[in-house]
Design a protein around this ligand. Structure first.
Ligand code: 13P
Length: 251
């Protein structure tokens, strides 16, 4: 049985003061939810404060990005050990916004995933097609290329520590959610790709989140599809009530 995992990707939102107000308004209720792994991914600047606020609760901490190198002359960048030190156990990698605005490739995402795993972090590796690619019937080809490229060379142990997030780009921040059937179809396909990368047992154990306009009103139906193991939540994770209700949708 895969344990569902719901993560809030706050993106470039919340000062430290705003982050603390949000986390203090939801940590008790989130921590009382058993049976779902919950991860908060604030911006770098709020990681330390949020990490301290959730210390001792069941809620976990993740970063939204990291650099692939351990240290060095990379002005403005942050390394795996640095986020690990702040209490992160997860790191989102290859989000479509990073692929689009910061030109991240599968090769780079793969380097980052290896560095994250070597530092004891669990990567949340994002994949997903553009609207034009879906309309051209290329969804499976695009997603397969991203999964294979981003996870290249990872052995079973590393694959088991990795979470995948299927986020169709046309569903991110648009209010246009993939239907449960559309999402399920791609999740089942990703599991087939995982099987060819490793074996049936690994493919059945890796958790695959859905992301893209998840709200309290559609979370439950999405999360109860057979191959969907929770979600990666953007806009709706910025407000306590809606995020708590979404997490409960995974029960
Ligand atoms: P929204 O939930 O705002 O559509 O964002 C999804 C996302 O990109 C999470 O990583």
């Amino acid at each position: 049985m895969r344990k569902p995992i719901v993560a809030g990707n706050w993106k470039m939102n919340k000062t430290v003061a705003d982050a603390l107000a949000l986390v203090n308004g939801m940590k008790a209720e989130l921590s009382a939810i058993e049976g779902v792994d919950v991860v908060l991914c604030p911006p770098f600047t709020a990681l330390a404060a949020v990490g301290q606020a959730i210390a001792g609760t069941r809620v976990d901490l993740g970063a939204q990005n990291m650099h692939a190198e351990k240290s060095g002359a990379y002005t403005g960048e942050v390394a795996a050990d640095m986020i690990r030190e702040l209490g992160c156990h997860y790191v989102i990698l290859g989000h479509s916004e990073r692929r689009q605005y910061f030109k991240e490739t599968d090769e780079l995402v793969n380097k980052k995933a290896r560095a994250a795993l070597a530092a004891g972090l669990r990567p949340i590796v994002c994949v997903g097609e553009l609207l034009a690619q879906r309309e051209a019937g290329q969804t499976e080809k695009v997603v397969e290329t991203q999964v294979r490229g981003s996870l290249a060379g990872l052995g079973p142990k590393d694959l088991l520590a990795t979470v995948l997030a299927y986020e169709p780009v046309w569903a991110i921040g648009t209010g246009k959610t993939a239907t449960p059937a559309q999402a399920q179809e791609v999740h089942a396909f990703i599991r087939k790709v995982l099987q060819s990368l490793a074996d049936e047992s690994v493919a059945q154990s890796v958790r695959i989140q859905y992301g893209g306009s998840v709200k309290a009103s559609n979370a439950k139906e999405l999360f109860h599809q057979p191959d969907i193991d929770g979600g990666l939540i953007g806009g709706a994770s910025l407000e306590a009530r809606s995020f708590i209700d979404i997490v409960k949708g995974a029960l």
